[in-house]
Design a protein around this ligand. Sequence first.
Ligand code: GAL
Length: 409
Amino acid sequence: MKAIRKTLIATSTLCAATSVAAADLEVTHWWTSGGEAAAVSELAKAFDDTEHNWVDGAIAGSGGTARPIIISRILGGDPMGATQLNHGRQAEELIEAGLLTDLTELAEQEGWRDIVNPPSLLDACTYEGRIYCAPVNIHSAQWLWLSHSAYEQAGLDVPANWAEFVTAAPKLEEAGIVPLAMGQQGWQQNLAFGTLQIAIAGVDAWRKVLVDKDAEVAAGPEYAKVFQAAADARELARSSNVQDWNLATNMVITGKAGGQIMGDWAQGEFQIAGQVAGTDYTCLPGLGVNEILDTGGDAFYFPVIEDDDIKAAQLELASLIVSPKVQVAFNLKKGSLPVRGDIDLSTANDCMQKGLQILAKGNVLPSGDMNLSADTQTQIEDLMAEFWTSDMSAADAQERYASIVASAD
Ligand code: GAL
């Protein structure tokens, strides 16, 4: 197989060099939970089927831990061959410094503009008209994951929306079950807050705040309701003391918690645990209130490295990432949606089918990483970390949030 691929690549227009030697490509990412590891191994397998070798550079912890390490390695002159980041504005600084490979030629040869769906994903990889990343998936944050066994133990029906979830909480607590699982990290608390914004304040108010950066709406009555809902959610999560998101998902899987607000990557954990959507757990997009999802997700960036073999390996990986084969294999394990609409995902489970339908209807929004600079995101995550772990009032949190929005870039 490697020999065949080698001949193909050697004659390909992508690689002007007459021959390409096998290269070891270090690929950094933060996919270390069970479901994530299963997905990334699909990518590694496909790359190892070429003449090149995947050198796994997993960084344990969350994106919040991994991103500064990734970025400082590139800035500090110790670049990896390829790296995961969320598509959006996280790589802006690196692109401006000329440290990331321009993939425009490859993207044009392969027609990414016609393939990638929605087109906003490729826009999120584009800087001043040039393409710098290969999107691998669409991940949305706005999901409530519910444990059937938890509700059964408490003698309750599985809630159909956020209001029912809140109403059911006291009975769950009586049965010794934590209503809301929550990992104690700012990005997870902020993810839940962002999801509540869309469900409680609605899309119009959300757009004014997150897209137009309208601090008056952030300080106004619609957002006061969101902060009150976040304060209520904080109460429901007060006996959840895990850190990592997948440990919180595990509380739902094992019936120790009623639910978790988490992105659709949680799907990978249920799958690895052998649970079946609709039988063992339920997923409610938009908290069962507002079926609209953001189109965040992951993309691979390729630091500039002056070595022809590495460059060829980088382009090969970029090309594989958007290929139909990898799109199917990777996303089925990851719980994410593919970045192209022309592939067969009929084997996807209930939750992914719900996501695909929402995407097909075009009920999508840009993600926080697309709307806000990395600096603004960090300020909001820090505020959320403080809010969720203290008794800060909803009004105080709202005031501080509105002032971050006022100076957001
Ligand atoms: C996100 C990433 C996902 C997911 C999650 C938790 O930033 O887009 O792929 O795995 O972090 O690690």
